[in-house]
Structures are given as structure tokens and as C-alpha cells.
Design a protein around this ligand. Sequence first.
Ligand code: FAD
Length: 351
Amino acid sequence: MTLTVGQLEEARRALDAPLFADLAGDAQVSFEFFPPKTEKMEATLWQSIETLAPLGPRFVSVTYGAGGSTRERTHATVARIQRETPLAAAAHLTCVEATKEEIDAVAEQYWAAGVRHIVALRGDPPSEGARFAPHPGGYANAAALVEGLRKLHPFEISVAAYPECHPDSADAKADIDNLKRKIDAGATRAITQFFFSPEAFFRFRDAAAAAGITAELVPGILPVSNVAQTRKFAGLCGAAIPAWMDRLFEGLDDHPAARQLIAATIAAEMCRKLYAGGVRSFHFYTLNRAELSYAICHLMGLRPKVGAKAEAAWAAKKPRSFRAKSRNGDNRHASVSRLRSTRTECEHERT
Ligand SMILES: Cc1cc2nc3c(=O)[nH]c(=O)nc-3n(C[C@H](O)[C@H](O)[C@H](O)COP(=O)(O)OP(=O)(O)OC[C@H]3O[C@@H](n4cnc5c(N)ncnc54)[C@H](O)[C@@H]3O)c2cc1C
């Protein structure tokens, strides 16, 4: 990748100036949540959404459990965000264990609920370690799903990308070729799996550009406060955990507050390096907690967008009872299914 003079200047300042001095606050952010399983988790989620919303994310997304196991909960959460907040909601949707007709029906429900953004994924098999096998009547992979969604409605479509290669890929080239297929099928952007090496992202960005991919690549940022649990999940998705991370968290098992501070520092420094390399969009895996993502955004210079317009947008959509509901964990709008969700459980474990 060729850096512009402005980017080179920014890179030089990143080295010369104190960390995070003079950040313009011009980055765009999005936040990922998972559908809550219990009333308590639901209350936490809505508090987090309310905390992060003033930062003006361009969208917030909600994950879809393995095998469609969170279908109702994902839909309820996405629809409620769309209905009750001024935020643009994006729904994750996977191909696992469903026919094309079933998946199309879910997408149609989203369209009817006013949701215009889908994060289109192949998904993982519901049982850990199993190989993905497409449903006989289903979409074979994410590229096929993107193609199918394009035929339904003019959705905005995001797809997944892997700076350190997806475990099912033969090699890095095959992985990039697959990403290109998804973009060519009609996706507008790719959001990456989490990673801890900015260099890996820059190499991936260069390889994508060399393959003719011009769509936006948004790094997925996972603030880690428990390295052992993150390692377990990283093993499944092909992300490398650097040795220094183990050393940093050593001896902190009984110091959750210190772990949080370190998590924010690591993630913020990575964002700073990505910013210095020209990245202006970041997607945060919030794990339904606002504090870490909020702190990192603040360090990047983002401030709440307050003012008459923002207030009016909330007032127009937010029911008067919203705050009370958030505090009480009122679950009226969510039909909480009891089904298992591998991805959701993994995400929960990542905290
Ligand atoms: C931002 C993000 C959000 C996610 N959200 C969810 C979620 O909500 N729910 C969930 O269950 N999972 C989610 N995942 C995980 C994702 O489902 C898994 O990583 C899954 O294993 C791959 O999905 P994909 O969409 O990348 O698949 P694909 O892009 O279809 O590719 C998967 C692998 O198969 C290979 N492949 C695909 N098509 C072909 C082909 N025609 N020929 C050869 N090889 C091919 C690719 O090279 C790649 O290695 C998310 C991942 C990311 C990065």
C-alpha cells in the first residue's frame, strides 16, 4: 500500500508525539453485540447500547448463534435497536443448517422490520471441531448467501475477512480469492476477525488491494481482559495470540480492574497504530460491555455527539420507559429462546 503524504505525516507523529496526543477524533466506529440470554444480560446490553450510542456509531450489529440457535433473540434485539434507537442496526445471518428458503424468510423479516444491513456469514457447525457441511438445500458459503440476499432487496451487506487466514483456507491466496468472491457478489465492506498484530492487518490490506479488492476493510477490535479464554477462542478462528500478551496478564487473575486497564491499553495502542497506517473505521467486539470500547474510542478522540439533533432523534424513537426497562431488565420485547449458541457462548467466554 502506498501511504499518502498525510498518512506518512501521521505515522511520523505517531512515533514522535506522546501516544494519543492530538488525535482528530475522525475515526468511524461500529459496535458488535450478541443477543442476551437472560434478563440480567439483557439489562447489561441495553445499558451498553445507551452508553455507546452517543459516540455516533455508523451501525451496531448483533450476532447470530451457531446453527441459527439465536434466530429469535437476534431478531428481537436487532428489531428493537431499529425501533427504539436512532442507531442503524445490522443483523448477522449465517448459512448453517437452514435451507435457502428459511434464510430468505429471515432476511425478509429483517427488511420488513426496517433493517437494511446484513452481516452475511457462512457460520460454523454447531458442534465444536466439526467440519462445515452445507445444508443440501442451503447456501454453500458466504458468497452464495451474499448473492441470494442481493436478489431479495438492496441490503447493505458486510462480510467477514481474516488477516491471519481462515482455518479452512488452503492458503492466504485462497482466502483472499474467497473474500473477492464475496465482494464481487455484492458485499459493500469486510469486517475482520480479531487480531493483535497491526502488521498482519497491513499485509492483508496490501494483498487484498493487489487482488483488486477496493471495498472497505474494517479491522475487528477485541479488547482482551482474559488472555486464557481468548486463546481458546482464537484457536478456533485462526487468530494468533502474541507471547507478550501472556506475560502482560501474568499474576493478574485476582485483579480484574488492572486487567481492564491493560485490555484498554493494548487495544487502544493497536488502534493508534492502525490509525497511523491510514485506518479510519473500527469495529469493536464489545461482548455487550460498554466500558472498554468507550475508553478506547475516547482515547482515539471520539466524543459524545450531543446536541439538539441527537436528542431529538432519541426522543422521536425511544419509548419513555426505555431507561426504566434497561435498569429493570424488562424483557417484553425479546423472545428469549433457550437454545444453545456456540458463538455466543464463546463470545461470553472471551470476557
Ligand atoms: C466480523 C465477523 C462476524 C461474525 N459473526 C458471526 C455470527 O454472528 N455467527 C456465527 O456463527 N459466526 C460468525 N462469525 C464467524 C464465521 O461464521 C466463521 O469464521 C466461519 O467459519 C466462516 O464464515 P465466513 O462467512 O467467513 O465463510 P466463507 O467466506 O464462506 O468462507 C469460509 C471458508 O471456506 C472457504 N471457502 C468458501 N467458499 C469456498 C469455495 N467456493 N471454494 C473454496 N473454499 C471456499 C474460504 O476460503 C474460507 O476459508 C463471524 C466472523 C467475523 C469475522
